[in-house]
Design a protein around this ligand. Structure first.
Ligand code: APR
Length: 246
């Protein structure tokens, strides 16, 4: 199967990759719904919604500060680095991520579509301006926006919130024109991200899924690798190099 996908990559001009929390699992970042997932320990409604923040901003900041601290100590894994190679394979390569951990950027991919924002950004809960001047937030004394005086919140998309419209529009445009689309390390449950691989497939893309567990997308995939991304993606890079005689 690896060789077949490697051959298809060589024949493709436009490649798109959608990643989820699974690609960061091997870096030590907990996923949301896996065995050790964050949503197994916490209720998302209590931490990852605007209502939760308005009800208890200190609790929400305590949780995000814990996640920021954890993410500050982890590094990209071979899966993140392997995706940097994908840039060399396609005339037009797009990485779309649901992750907010910044590990794709740390691995060297700059041009990324971040659907759910970035955990290290602080934005105003009122006017949504970004405040880069504030790095650490004290849950007991939450910094406020210089423009409108409202509290600062993490720059991530919470449940029930709209995704950045420009990012989502661009993501669907790229998915719908892809020759090959990879869904990597996502449970394919959360929309609108989960609709991207379906849109790609409906528009003629070859659909490849990499995930140790099956998902609602698996039945639709042309190729399904029941594997960890940190192991499979480097193998795919090697197979493409071999195919190219490189
Ligand atoms: N390699 C590849 N996939 C993996 C690995 C790994 N090493 N380890 C776990 N996985 C898979 C799990 O089997 C699971 O299907 O990664 C997937 C992670 O799924 P979720 O935890 O649901 O994360 P994700 O799909 O990114 O969630 C989407 O939901 O909670 C919101 O905003 C949050 O962006 C997140 C969105």
């Amino acid at each position: 199967m690896l060789k077949e996908v490697a051959r298809l990559i060589k024949k493709s001009k436009r490649g798109v990759v959608l990643t989820g929390a699974g690609i960061s699992a091997e870096s030590g970042v907990p996923t949301f719904r896996g065995q050790d997932g964050l949503w197994k320990q916490y209720r998302p409604e209590e931490l990852a919604t605007l209502n939760a923040f308005l009800a208890d901003p200190g609790l929400v900041w305590e949780w995000y500060n814990w996640r920021r601290e954890l993410i500050s100590q982890v590094k990209p894994n071979p899966g993140h680095y392997a995706l940097c190679e994908f840039r060399n394979w396609f005339e037009d390569f797009t990485l779309i991520t649901q992750n907010v951990d910044g590990l794709h950027r740390q691995a060297g991919l700059e041009d990324i579509l971040e659907l759910h924002g970035n955990i290290n950004l602080n934005i105003c809960v009122g006017c949504r301006r970004t405040d880069a001047s504030v790095t650490a937030i004290d849950p007991a004394d939450i910094a406020v926006c210089k423009h409108c005086g409202e509290k600062l919140r993490p720059g991530v998309v919470w449940f029930g919130e709209m995704l950045p419209q420009d990012v989502i529009r661009e993501s669907f445009k790229k998915a719908e024109s892809a020759d090959i689309f990879f869904s990597v390390g996502t449970s394919a449950l959360v929309h609108p991200a989960a609709a991207l691989p379906v849109a790609a497939k409906q528009n003629g893309a070859v659909l490849v899924e990499i995930n140790p567990d099956r998902t609602p997308l698996t039945a639709l995939a042309d190729y399904y690798f029941a594997a960890k991304s940190g192991e499979l993606l480097p193998q795919l890079v090697a197979a493409v190099k071999e195919e190219a005689g490189g």
